[in-house]
Design a protein around this ligand. Sequence first.
Ligand code: WT7
Length: 634
Amino acid sequence: MMKNKIARTFEEYYRIYRESVQDPEGFWSEIANSFEWRKPWDKVLEWDFMKPEVQWFIGGKLNITENCLDRHLKQKGDQTAIIWEPNDPKQPSLHISYKELHVRVCQFANALKNNGIEKGDRVCIYMPMVPELAVAVLACARIGAVHSVVFAGFSSRSLSERINDSTCKMVVTSDGGYRGDKILRLKDIVDEALLECPSVEKCIVLERTGESIEMEDGRDIWWDDAMEGMTDFCEPEIMDSEDLLFILYTSGSTGKPKGMVHTCGGYMVYTTYTFLNTFQYKPNEVYWCTADIGWITGHSYIVYGPLCAGATTMMFEGVPSWPDLGRFWETVDKHKVNIFYTAPTAIRALQKADPALVEKHDLDSLRVLGTVGEPINEEAWHWYHDKIGKGNCPVVDTWWQTETGGFMISPIAGLTPTKPAFATLPMPGVQLAIMDQDGKEEKGNVVEGRLCIKFPWPSMARTIYGDHKRFYDTYFSGFSKKYFTGDGCRRDEEGYYRITGRVDDVIIVAGHNLGTAEIENAIDEHENVCETAVVGFPHDIKGNAIYAFVNTYHKPKDEEALKGEILDLVSRIVGPIAKPEKIMFVSGLPKTRSGKIMRRILRKVAEGNTQDLGDISTLLNPDIVEELIDENIR
Ligand code: WT7
């Protein structure tokens, strides 16, 4: 049973952890036994990190939506599954019960079928944070279609690239979305993207803003029309444990985004277990994760984990800063939120706001606070703990990735003694290794190095869609027989882990994972730009911001105008989130002899730390460094 794998004391955590390492298969099959399977698995685990190949619950048959919905109907049919809080606090919020959600998911699943979607087809979902987004996700899972949710802040170019990479047959979108006082015209973006997407046959469009949009005959269908006459039950497609559940794109350090593939059985077991264990969720509590369903956090810990656990999960359409910076706290009180899970970038922004915006709210319902997305600085941790949690709520700093599917390192709420900025200890079943420069595991306690994982866990990504070689190269080639996370990490005398940030070319800006290559490509499209290198530098609110070093063909006549054009390009091609905070025009970039850009030096310049540039003698063009330093001072 899952129950006795959920720790209730800190000692119990250690006991459970040890058990999970000594007998992983016994451990995970006991947990998996508390789910509904149409057919039990024949074998728990098969793996080989050299290939890499990982399979869990082999031969097991299930449908994840039966676990998220059907099995709760008897006991919890009338309990709220989703609380929806709209962008505008003056508009009514919605409470959707498990019964209602089940009906809506079944109806939309039937609508998908009716529009030609079958098991295995890819469906792209590009929607604002409205309940229909969760419905669309679950409806795909109901019929075995593979969803690919694209965050509705991405540009048409990013959207079409993702649609084409996995040859989606359908797009589900809305006319638009509200974000604070702005309206996003999502359907316009989809229309532009679809000019380049030959695989898309149908586009279902939810009406949200009511603004006028184009509807293309034969391709576009209104959501309400698609739902018309659909019956309220849809027989779930029986899936194999290892059938695809979804694809979710994450930025890579080179080239195009990586379509991470997650499969049904292991993902379900792991997200549900970690949700219950980490937050110590109790029946009837209200849980609010502020992420967007466009990111893995929303997939695993707004939709699948909480719903499989029979929890009440909240979806928030708006932004933390509108109508004012007190919106989160007002909403916590309004819905008596017990567990609140957000990102350091939001915490830092709210910390800078007028304290009265916090103080005028009770926040008494809060029991657990969570953070995710990037290392949380100590100052923000203390503010969150003291001012929001009033010193009574454990802060769970959950370290994980799109690729891991679920929490990897995190305190267990109320049990693990916390330490600011430490993600603390591995979840049961997670076997970590810190590797040194030479690729050897550092066995001692107080060590620093690259963070790897040396044993499979059920929710790990199985491949990169359409590119298994890239999956191997990115994650399994650096350290033999280990999954390399891309993060640096320290372990202290207590065995606690502190994540020190990315060691590759991914920059995390305000919790969004951006590939340097994507942004560089965009800037390079300008006719006067010959080459660009982008690095991150520390930023008070966003954690990191982007610094672009741009090598132009001709010395720009009007630097400000060119900067404006570059910002527009990045906005249009990658999305506004990727806009550089600073741009420097240079006559060349520091390069190694093999032609690789020396980002290490650019990072130092961006940080304003030009005293300590390290060895520059191996550079092809050492003179350029002086120019960078002079420009930076200027
Ligand atoms: C990268 C993964 C997992 C959901 C959101 C991001 C960084 C994530 C933490 C944390 C320090 C963190 C890592 C990781 N990260 N959580 N608690 N402490 N760093 O998912 O977009 O796949 O990004 O986010 O660098 O590798 P993602």
